[in-house]
Design a protein around this ligand. Structure first.
Ligand code: BGC
Length: 540
């Protein structure tokens, strides 16, 4: 069989057709409802205690930190009071050894040190002034303390605005002693150990921050419905009717929350959708990836969708093929067609032979290289992956399999988006998310859109996949059109917009309100926000 045909056979293993998509959407909706009723379900459906889309007219300086899957970002946000703000940020890669550190203290002290460095670099006067006053007068002023929003992009059982117990690690992190602990307290302890003028005022999932940030900038009249991340990991937070969140409203142990909007933002933790594999596809490569992961059996949706895993799925598929002597990939039969007319060789140290050796960015390169001969793919295989003298046929075979892995991820992403759009009833009604805008009669100018504003269902997204994988949104849209209760008409109503780095901005704004209300002193969940528009002005 020719290489191209055999590659197509492997690519077909990643097929996820319209029937499979529709079946998965039904399961997603079932799990959404189940998660709103009780604890311990596949979709965690975590109430966030945030009950309206936030806004801020205040002036002041706030901080946010964001522990994602790959980087740790520290930023400060200066609110100018006229609906604009500027942001200064620092980003460091999280050292791999800290992701699996023996104690949580090792990770959290590293985070606190990054905050200290940031303060010394970007707010030196404020910081040294604080230290001077503390050392000379022995006391400090409340105004000198930065309220900090902590974006923590892992599943947390939120029990207050700045209190949340870690449920489990994801995305390759594995530090046993942190599970069950309040992550805000872990960070505060290390901040205090360094004597920094910083108070952890609010805990936010990155999807919630994305939803907030998108809501400020969305050109629609209706508030944003969903904030979603398709990056190293994947997840979504959406606006749910409060009376459906019965595990919160019927519980005697839940904290206080504002009931006036009748809505609450719920963090789905959809990375663990269908862990029992009722509807998710399961190729031999998915199975192998899961078995060798730090958390077998969980985050099964995430393991098929997000950036941390797609490269590894492709790597396992390629390595599987290389083990098959009848499969002509990277073999001399094709070498006549390569540029250098030498034999194709895979270096013994090729990252292709190492777990996690193939970066998901390679899938983006494959999807983006439509040139005849696939020069980019061949060069990358040579330069980054130790495969020299790759032929055009080899590159085409790799490209076909990579495209199938990426397309399947996008079609799965559509399942989650569709589940939320359908189950919240947004397709049936023209009613948007509650904001206090309606209450206060403020109608800020919004940008032009083709659809009637009342019909738009707005979704904010962020993460490396949506940002860098070519046509990710197109593949999502193709699948959305195939979904029975969405179809072409419904798909047109769904507006997907990037909320770049929104999670940091969202966290800072929540910290602002939490600090203002004194929630950080006496943690009390439940926020309601005054409506205004905030434009993001990025500083270097
Ligand atoms: C985490 C979520 C997070 C998502 C995106 C997942 O692994 O469980 O809390 O929102 O990654 O960062």
């Amino acid at each position: 069989m020719a290489l191209a045909e055999q590659a197509k056979r492997v690519a077909d293993e990643f097929g996820f057709g319209p029937d499979a998509v529709n079946k998965a959407v039904k399961e997603f909706i079932r799990e959404m409802d189940e998660g709103l009723l009780q604890e311990g379900t596949e979709l965690s459906q975590i109430p966030t205690y945030v009950t309206a889309v936030p806004n801020g007219t205040e002036k002041g300086l706030y901080m946010a930190v964001d522990l994602g899957g790959t980087n740790f970002r520290v930023c400060s946000i200066q609110l100018h009071g006229n609906t604009t703000f500027s942001l200064t940020q620092n980003k460091v890669a999280i050292p791999k050894e800290l992701m699996v550190a023996k104690t949580s203290q090792e990770l959290f002290s590293f985070l606190a040190k990054q905050i200290e460095t940031f303060l010394k670099t970007h707010h030196e006067e404020h910081y040294t002034g604080f230290l001077r006053r503390r050392n000379t007068i022995g006391s400090t002023q409340e105004e000198e303390i930065f309220n900090l929003g902590f974006t923590f992009s892992f599943p947390v059982n939120q029990i207050g605005i700045n209190k949340g117990l870690l449920m489990r690690w994801t995305k390759g992190f594995d530090i046993a002693d942190a599970v069950g602990k309040d992550v805000c307290a872990l960070l505060q302890t290390e901040i205090d150990a360094l004597g920094l003028p910083v108070r952890v005022a609010a805990l936010v999932n990155d999807t919630v921050g994305t939803l907030m940030a998108r809501s400020y900038t969305s050109p629609g009249k209706t508030g944003t419905l969903l904030g979603a991340i398709f990056g190293t990991g994947t997840n979504g937070a959406y606006v749910e009717k409060l009376d459906k969140v019965t595990k919160l409203t019927k519980s005697k142990n839940s904290g206080d929350y504002d009931k006036s909007t009748g809505e609450m933002i719920v963090n789905t933790e959809w990375g663990s959708f269908d862990n029992s594999l009722r509807t998710l596809p399961n190729t031999p490569y998915d199975k192998e990836l899961d078995e060798k992961s730090v958390n077998p059996g969980i985050q099964m949706f995430e393991k098929r969708v997000s950036g941390m895993f797609l490269g590894e799925i492709l790597r396992l598929a390629i390595v599987g093929l290389l083990k098959d002597p009848t499969f002509p990939l990277f073999r001399d039969e094709n070498s006549a067609q390569n540029d250098v007319h030498s034999t194709t060789q895979i270096h013994d140290n090729s990252p292709l032979y190492k777990q996690w050796g193939l970066d998901t960015s390679f899938l983006s390169i494959c999807a983006g290289d439509t040139s005849p001969g696939h020069r980019m793919i061949r060069q990358t295989l040579d330069k980054d992956y130790g495969v020299s003298a790759v032929s055009a046929e080899d590159a085409e075979a790799v490209r076909a399999i990579a495209a199938a892995v990426g397309r399947r991820a996008a079609r799965l992403a559509a399942v989650a988006i569709a589940g939320i759009v359908i189950n919240t009833g947004r397709l049936d009604s023209a009613k948007g998310t509650a904001t206090t805008e309606q209450k206060e009669g403020i109608n800020p100018p919004r940008g032009d859109v083709e659809l009637s504003e009342d019909d738009v269902i707005d979704i904010g997204v962020d993460g490396s996949l949506v940002e860098f994988y070519p046509n990710f949104e197109d593949h999502i849209r193709e699948a959305l059109r195939e979904i029975e209760s969405i179809g072409e008409k419904g798909e047109k109503r769904i507006r997907i917009g990037i909320a770049k780095d929104g999670s940091g901005v969202g966290a800072a704004l929540i910290a602002l309100v939490a600090g203002k209300l004194g929630l950080s002193v006496s943690p009390k969940p439940g926020i309601i926000w005054p409506e205004t528009r905030v434009h993001i002005a990025w500083a270097a």
